[in-house]
Design a protein around this ligand. Sequence first.
Ligand code: GTP
Ligand code: MG
Length: 198
Amino acid sequence: LNYQTARFVISAPKLAQCPADDGVEIAFAGRSNAGKSSAINALTQQKALARTSKTPGRTQLINFFALENDERRRLVDLPGYGYAKVPEAMKKEWQSHLADYLRRRYSLAGLILLMDVRHPLSDFDVQLLELADDRQLPVHILLTKADKLKQGPAKASLQQVKRQLAEWEDLVSVQLFSSLKRQGLDQAYAVMDRWMAS
Ligand code: GTP
Ligand code: MG
């Protein structure tokens, strides 16, 4: 699949406003500031398709990007979770929209879960894995910002995450990634192509 063809379609605040639930989509989830939007830009080889920021909480809507000539294959940039400065009521509301989307979006074929390689598997990440497990949704984890670690510690983090996810190994895969250095793109494309063909 040619991911470079990605173009913005629409932003939706919640499930009810999402585009028609047909075709296939892959969503990018993870904590605030983990690097979801940057990963979408790296994978689509576009500089500013998804808006990135040093300020956590940049992405506040569910953003849809279509691939190729129709809107049947989509990438979805989800708002980050766990951002401390957001008021509690807003956090709760967003968490319920996220859970709704993850539980009830039939066209969702797989979840790319971004984690900073230096701080993997937060409580929120585990909650998300449990949500995915509830509906047997496959998850591919990108341990991103791998450029921030030397090769040895990066590999050690990968091995540790793999061990911690042993109970989910049928549904969950994991790799090192860096949007900055464009590391791990081919490994991610292989998973995404498989999901998009489903
Ligand atoms: P929210 O939309 O706020 O949830 O954040 P996000 O997960 O979309 O993160 P975003 O892509 O906006 O990136 C957050 C910050 O991390 C930015 O300053 C990026 O430049 C930086 N960043 C993202 N990916 C990488 C990476 O692979 N390496 C390095 N060194 N920095 C990265
Ligand atoms: Mg973002």
